[in-house]
Design a protein around this ligand. Structure first.
Ligand SMILES: NC(=O)C1=CN([C@@H]2O[C@H](COP(=O)(O)OP(=O)(O)OC[C@H]3O[C@@H](n4cnc5c(N)ncnc54)[C@H](OP(=O)(O)O)[C@@H]3O)[C@@H](O)[C@H]2O)C=CC1
Ligand SMILES: CC(C)(CO)C(=O)C(=O)O
Length: 304
């Protein structure tokens, strides 16, 4: 199979970044941005910009019946996933491959329940410093996608997606164990997203010594302990690996959770400390740093 057409649902920081990249390479006709009429009207009247350039997207109303797409990309926040799944139904056919750029370790299961888990490949987005304010995205680092199938990093579907990324210049890798990698990324988000949001800073705040960086690392250590009890062999070395990547990001950039709190949107806290606290309880492991971060983020949300 060859991927020739793509549908993207969720025109936020990642949706614009990948939407523009793919539209520039495949042409407007091959890439659909799926949304309801109200959103499409707004995108068309206000325009959508990526690093200052106006994007010329093909918008497709979710309710319009159309031929299935070869690749469907989910790039909404977790709170919007259920609606997005319903809105994507017209895009999915027998041979559609699906990836989710959402953080956390839960979205693939929900998408699989809706469309069949055989269609869903695991995917982890990392290393980007994409910031969206209103209708404008800016980024310096595009990052890369890690892709795979559980227990089979060499599957035909993974190879199909890899060929597509090669042809379109999307950076990616294929880790030996994608499920381990998803946990590793969860560890990063639990540290960096939450600490930057709680200390109301940006990447610069966690790139230097001080309370935000200390809290970030301590939260990640709690994830290592919980993951080990879940049978996932995360190690402290992986924290250093993520710190190196974080330290290379645009200091003025910020993780998606800080973008949410700045814009007074509900955050994805349940995906991060919410998940770790619940698993900590299950295994009798204390998670005081995540307890603190969870409480503070809930207070921030309540203060909007
Ligand atoms: N930002 C980043 O650098 C990274 C983000 N991630 C993860 O990727 C996911 C997406 O993040 P991000 O791009 O920052 O999110 P954003 O909040 O920037 O964008 C999400 C977009 O989804 C749109 N949306 C929500 N529901 C629907 C729907 N039913 N139909 C169509 N569009 C919808 C929203 O549109 P509208 O604005 O019109 O409401 C919004 O623009 C998150 O899980 C995040 O944690 C992962 C790695 C890096
Ligand atoms: C990795 C990071 C922090 C940006 O690449 C992210 O996942 C996010 O902003 O949610």
């Amino acid at each position: 199979m060859e991927i020739k057409t793509v549908s993207i649902i969720g025109l936020g920081a990642l949706g614009i970044m990948y939407g523009k990249h793919l539209t520039d390479r495949l042409g407007k006709k091959a890439v659909r941005i799926i949304a309801n009429k109200r959103r499409i009207d707004r995108y068309q009247s206000e325009g959508v910009y990526s690093n200052g350039e106006e994007c010329d997207f093909q918008y497709t109303d979710k309710d319009i019946a159309c031929s299935p797409t070869d690749l469907l990309i989910f790039s909404v926040k977790y709170g919007g996933l259920e609606h997005a799944i319903e809105s994507a139904r017209n895009q999915v056919g027998e041979n559609t491959l699906i990836i989710s750029l959402l953080n956390g370790i839960s979205s693939e299961q929900k998408i699989g329940e809706a469309f069949g888990s055989d269609k869903v490949l695991y995917c982890v987005a990392q290393g980007m410093d994409a910031v969206k304010q209103d209708n404008r995205l800016t980024y310096k680092n595009m990052g890369w996608l890690s892709i795979g199938e559980a227990g089979n990093s060499e599957s035909e579907k993974v190879k199909t997606l890899a060929r597509f990324f090669d042809a379109t210049g999307v950076s990616y890798d294929i880790p030996d164990d994608i499920l381990h990698h998803m946990w590793s990324k969860l560890m990063l988000n639990t540290g960096v997203n939450q600490s930057v949001a709680v200390f109301e800073t940006n990447y610069s705040g966690v790139q230097k010594e001080g309370k935000p960086r200390e809290t970030m690392i301590a939260a990640m250590r709690e994830v290592v302990r919980v993951a080990n009890k879940e049978g996932v062999r995360l190690s402290e070395d992986e924290i250093s690996h993520w710190l190196e990547i974080n330290d290379s990001l645009n200091p003025e950039g910020m993780p998606s959770m800080r973008q949410d709190t700045k814009a007074h949107r509900k955050t994805e806290v349940e995906l991060f400390s919410g998940t770790i606290i619940a698993l900590g309880k299950k295994h009798g492991i204390q998670t005081p740093i995540n307890d603190f971060l969870y409480r503070r983020i809930k207070e921030i949300e309540a203060s909007y």
